[in-house]
Design a binder for this molecule. Structure first.
Ligand code: NOJ
Length: 483
């Protein structure tokens, strides 16, 4: 059998064997006998957001949001759809809570539509709007599922956009704090964890800078930086308002799509470079929230376009948070070390880099290891939630009516393995919310991009569990990845 091996290659194989590297079968065996476990109290959940699933946009006194107006503007949504009907979750919430329960998860992250609660953004509240969330929260608790509420998942009341330019004005920051106080006073007897704003890194840039998302503006950089500053201020004011009006002990933080910088090759120098890059490239929101100041690098880079702020505002923005939520999908930048300022190189992506069924969703499982590890280190964070992670897939119904989303399972298996690695090394990740419970309105892509564990037929509203739902249920049940 070894007749064709030269002495040299045989010696090579022998060397590998000495290192334990040719014993494939036994390596596989040890894999199968050593499941990677999570801590006992690890929080497993799923996530959704109001405009993406609720529908019922004209019911019970709801005001319009910037996404109602934007999605109804011809040409803005790829498939010409809107969130008018979406998943009809407003009426089917009991069925949907049943879907969450069937996964075996004990936590659910949803968002509250600001224009349901304050149809005009400020002023008169609409108690009927809040009642929907009272019903939802009660239903979740009755089924043993802990509610995690997000206050702002992009559906800004249109009146605030019309009256003061939305996030272009600090009036919106103050209105947000009033809305946060109102909700906290009424829900924190049952909702113990509140996320203030979701993905500032996306909605400010895409909505106010590049005219891709609502409200569809293309502001000059100085105004864009100012708008982001107003969001940071809104976050800080809301943290204070929730503490003032909510039950003592309510936990509060943001959910941010951190600009995730990954060392291209994990040498000590490159890891350091990724830390520097992460701090500088997130200085405009996470940085100022967690440090109470903008970095020198950020201010120097912005120059005359830097946001205007007062010391008082920075104090409010830097109000200590109870946790940090990180939405982690794709590695944003792979970096290496550089001798020159700012101390890192950003590497170009080859076009052949693998992706899921969304252009932007590059597959780099190690990002869910590095981003929390680096964030915890540079900002000294003791509690992290992965507030979103998940993937879009083709999700065709097979002839037998099932959805064999093997690519989503591949994605999740790899990301969860990397997350377990982080947890095992002591990175303080306390919970994970899979995006998403069910297919929904994927913003500018309409219903064309599916992220759900359940497939939704948007004609009949039938929900069918995909194979990934069984995969996730198994991980959650065993509290481990691997068998
Ligand atoms: C992050 C956003 O928060 C969510 O609304 C969106 O659907 C997912 N990413 C997937 O793109």
């Amino acid at each position: 059998m070894f007749a064709n091996l030269s002495r040299r290659s045989f010696a090579g194989l022998a060397g590998l064997a000495a290192l334990g590297m040719t014993t494939r079968a036994s390596a596989a065996e040890s894999d199968t006998h050593a499941p990677a476990r999570f801590p006992k109290d690890f929080v497993w959940g799923t996530a959704t957001s109001s405009y993406q699933i609720e529908g019922a946009v004209n019911e019970d006194g709801r005001g319009k949001s910037i996404w109602d107006v934007f999605s109804h503007t011809p040409g803005k949504i790829e498939d010409g759809t809107t969130g008018d009907r979406a998943n009809e979750h407003y009426h089917r919430y009991k069925e949907d809570v049943g879907l969450i329960k069937a996964l075996g998860v004990k936590a659910y992250r949803f968002s509250i539509a600001w224009p349901r609660v304050f149809p005009d953004g400020t002023g008169q509240p609409n108690p009927q709007g809040l009642d929907f969330y009272n019903r939802l929260v009660d239903e979740l608790l009755a089924n043993g599922i802990e509610p995690y509420a997000t206050l702002y998942h992009w559906d800004l009341p249109q009146t605030l956009q019309d009256r003061v330019g939305g996030w272009q004005s600090s009036d919106t920051s103050k209105a947000f704090a009033d809305y946060a106080a109102y909700v906290a006073a009424r829900l924190t007897d049952r909702v113990k964890t509140i996320f203030t704003v979701n993905e500032v890194g996306r909605f400010v840039n895409f909505g106010y800078g590049w005219a891709i998302d609502a409200p569809g503006l293309k502001l000059p950089t100085a105004q864009l930086n100012q708008a982001r500053h107003h969001v940071a201020l809104a976050h800080g004011l809301a943290v204070q308002a929730i503490r003032a009006s909510g039950r003592a002990g309510t936990k509060v933080g943001a959910a941010e799509n951190i600009a995730a910088c990954v060392p291209a090759i994990a040498t000590a120098e490159n890891i350091r470079a990724a830390e520097i890059a992460t701090r500088e490239l997130n200085a405009g929101f996470l940085g100022v929230v967690l440090e109470g100041k903008y970095t020198d690098g950020f201010l120097a880079y912005a120059g005359a376009d830097a946001p205007k702020f007062t010391t008082d505002e920075l104090k409010i923005i830097g109000t200590p948070n109870d946790f940090v939520g990180l939405n982690i999908y794709a590695p944003q930048f792979y970096v290496t070390a550089s001798d020159r300022a700012p101390g890192f190189h950003v590497l170009p992506f080859p076009t052949s880099f693998p992706r899921m069924n969304s252009e932007w969703l590059r597959i780099g499982p190690e990002v869910i290891y590095w981003a929390p590890r680096i964030a915890a280190k540079i900002w000294n964070i003791d509690t992290i939630y992965i507030s979103e992670n998940g993937a879009s897939s083709e999700d065709k119904l097979a002839a037998d009516g099932q959805v064999y989303d093997l690519d989503r399972i591949m994605f999740l298996r790899n990301y969860l393995t990397q997350m377990q690695r982080a947890v095992a090394e002591g990175v303080p990740i306390r919970g994970y919310f899979l995006w998403s419970l069910m297919d929904n309105f994927e913003w500018i892509f309409g219903y064309g991009k599916r992220f759900g564990l359940y497939r939704v037929d948007f004609e009949t509203q039938a929900r069918v569990p995909k194979l990934s739902a069984a995969f996730y249920r198994d991980v959650v049940a065993r509290n481990a990845i691997g068998v």
